[in-house]
Design a protein around this ligand. Sequence first.
Ligand code: R5P
Length: 291
Amino acid sequence: MIILAFPDYLSQAQRLAARLNVELAEIKVHHFPDSESFVQLPPSLPEHVIVCRSLNQPNDKLIELLLCASTARELGAKRLTLVAPYLSYMRQDFANQPGVAASQRIVGKMLAGLFDDVLTVDPHLHRISSLDQAIPIKNAISLTAADEIARFLKKQIDYAVLLGPDSESEQWVARIARQIGFDYTIAHKERLGDKHVEITLPANDYDNKPVVIVDDMASTGRTLAKAAHLLKAAGAAEIYVAVTHPLFCDDAETHLLEAGIKTIWSTDSIDHPTSCINLDALLAGALKAIV
Ligand code: R5P
């Protein structure tokens, strides 16, 4: 068995390889001036190859994954496992208007054609109940970072109210709250545009209390920033953020800090300055269960 890591996921893959005691090699990637990708794997591979890469900024990465998986097969790999802690294109899960590409199903089918197993963390599945409905293979494995986030939070603060910014976040927030004995509450969110969200904070006593806003991802950061502004107005003492996937597009981080958020904690699903909750133990446990 070997772990092949794309450069943008190298440090996380090194931790995973060390935990599993498996050999690791880095995949070489070069971008030509016209933006085509050059991908190079080791010249020979064992039967089982685990490819590691999170699929944020996905358009180039998906093509490079196609090149990688196809080359690995040509080199004799019999079993290909993808570890993609962040899985993109999961949000558009149906054609909400005629002609709209249901990208979840289309990208899911592409991954199912390339890999025997796909492992991911907190994917954005809202209208389907299991990952294999999006990626039709037996080992389409959806893990949650909730327990790792819970353990981390317990070490940082004695008590806080956890706030989920929308109904979809309740699955993670409730689990974290249960594990560490914090109270939680869930806001109502309406998205009016890419960078425009309206949030209604549920009635609660936030006065002088620390609050942690918990979500699966921060993309533009507008959801978290809006929630933070409302919490400040409601008297919250300190506002923290814990997210699984730190996408932080464009000005997202600045926007969050300007909203008065004291600290942002995220997992290492994507390498980011806020990544302080490592997922290697979670991923290693899941890999051991299937190999
Ligand atoms: C939405 O349902 C997700 O759980 C996140 O709340 C959302 O993707 C965050 O996006 P943004 O940071 O752009 O507000």
